[in-house]
Write a protein that binds this ligand. Structure first.
Ligand code: NZQ
Ligand code: ZN
Length: 389
């Protein structure tokens, strides 16, 4: 196990009716808030009205900015920065999913920064300040409610890039599983795959002797595998929604990364896929992750057989560990299919012609490669896309 520091100050306020404290929580951190939200689901569900009432009851002054799209856009972030400066905003309340939260995080960084907020994403700025933010979560998926990550798309230049910064971790995350009852099946499934991907990025490591976090990862994966089909049949099953919601936070709050180095190549490839084709993040991962696995599994057959046996209950074939490992990868793919997600690029209309764009756009490390489990080059990415086609 590697040395580590674990820092996660986000206060989780979990359970029924917890959105009623949004105003009181906001009041603790800011004099004037920006209420930030997406394309309308919170208005249709009535949550918007509840949040506004809660802010008013707590006498919180606020301005609002809606319209965040999935794969949140840099253009709206810039609009938000201007609005916050003009209105003297000192706190952002994000009500929605990963896209709304990430848009809020980028605005929060942009307000005190004397330059273009995109500088952070392209590596031109690395340190800064950020307004505090709070979250009312409506979809378990990205884990942005307590992560230090922020992913924004410059749609004009087809670039989707991330920036990680501890000051971006929200002060609080209000998480009421009832708020996720209205999620359409496809969004529920995309969320489930993203949660699993956050765990698998950490699980596939070259760090040795990480038994506790291996087991925590396996438990989190099994929780999603067990509960997602149930919630697709029974969208208003509170306990099942609750399991998935809490798993979504645990998957990406860095507890599961303690003492180990994660991979993250699949996420980087998926971000390039989303930026060039506007795919839902979880759907992109359902396609890319098994292809990545097939490309790299021989590098550590033991870890892949462990994944197959412990997570997917594959019977260990001592005569052929390779078959055991491949069966685990196939079960992941079948699971994605069974919950209604695509598992090939063809299904989302991407052919070989589109591969070049994806290869051009993925974010590389300083040495030009991507990933840690195996350091991948452009040639590898092309092969992974071939497997995924
Ligand atoms: O915009 P509205 O109308 O609210 O609709 C949203 C949106 O269309 C809808 N939705 C959300 N809650 C709902 C609901 N519909 C009905 N009932 C509800 N309760 O769902 C759609 C998707 O929302 P979005 O916020 O885009 O989903 P998600 O949470 O999956 O976020 C995806 C974004 O997060 C990034 C992804 O790359 C992607 O841009 N990620 C952020 C991370 C982070 N900051 O740590 C890590 C992740 O790996 C990920 O990359
Ligand atoms: Zn993700």
């Amino acid at each position: 196990m590697n040395n580590f520091r674990f820092f996660n100050p986000t206060e989780i306020i979990f359970g029924k009716d917890t959105q009623s404290v949004a105003g009181a929580e906001t009041k603790k951190y800011g004099a004037k808030a920006l209420l930030h939200y997406g394309g309308g689901s919170i208005k249709r569900s009535g949550l918007y009205g509840q949040i506004v009432d809660s802010l008013r009851e707590s006498k919180v002054d606020f301005a609002e900015l809606g319209g965040v799209e999935p794969n949140p856009r840099l253009s709206l972030v810039n609009e938000g920065v201007d609005l916050c400066r003009k209105e003297g905003i000192d706190f952002i309340l994000a009500v929605g999913g990963g896209s709304v939260i990430d848009s809020a995080k980028a605005i929060a960084m942009g307000v005190p920064y004397d330059g273009d907020v995109w500088d952070f994403f392209i590596g031109r700025a690395s340190q800064g300040n950020a307004l505090p933010i709070g979250v009312v979560l409506t979809i378990p998926a990205a884990g942005s409610e307590s992560s230090n990550g922020c992913v924004i798309t410059d749609w004009e230049n087809k670039n989707k890039l991330h920036f990680d910064f501890d000051k971006l971790r929200p002060r609080f995350a209000i998480m009421n599983p009832e708020l996720t009852f209205t999620l359409p099946p496809y969004q529920t499934a995309c969320g489930a795959l993203d949660i699993m991907a956050h765990v698998m990025e950490r699980y596939f490591t070259q760090t040795r002797n990480v038994e506790l976090t291996d087991r925590l990862c396996e438990a989190t994966l099994k929780t999603i595998i067990q509960n997602t089909p149930v919630v697709l049949r029974q969208p208003d099953n509170y306990d099942t929604r609750a399991e998935i919601m809490w798993a979504g936070t645990i998957a990406n709050n860095d507890l599961l990364s303690t003492g180990r180095v994660g991979d993250w190549a699949s996420h980087m490839i998926e971000h390039a896929l989303s930026a060039t084709n506007d795919v839902a993040h979880g759907a992109g991962l359902a396609i890319i992750f098994p292809a990545w696995m097939k490309h790299v599994y021989r590098q550590d057959l033991h870890r892949f057989t462990q994944f197959a046996v412990r997570v997917w209950n594959v019977e260990q074939r001592f005569d052929s560990p390779e078959q055991t490992a491949l069966e685990g990868i196939d079960r992941l793919k079948s699971f994605s299919k069974s919950i209604g997600l695509p598992t090939s690029l063809k299904e989302i209309g991407i052919t070989e012609k589109g591969f070049d764009n994806i290869v051009k756009k993925y974010k590389r490390s300083g040495d030009g490669t991507v990933g840690n489990f195996v350091k991948l080059t452009d040639e590898d990415i092309n092969q992974i896309l071939e497997i995924a086609k």
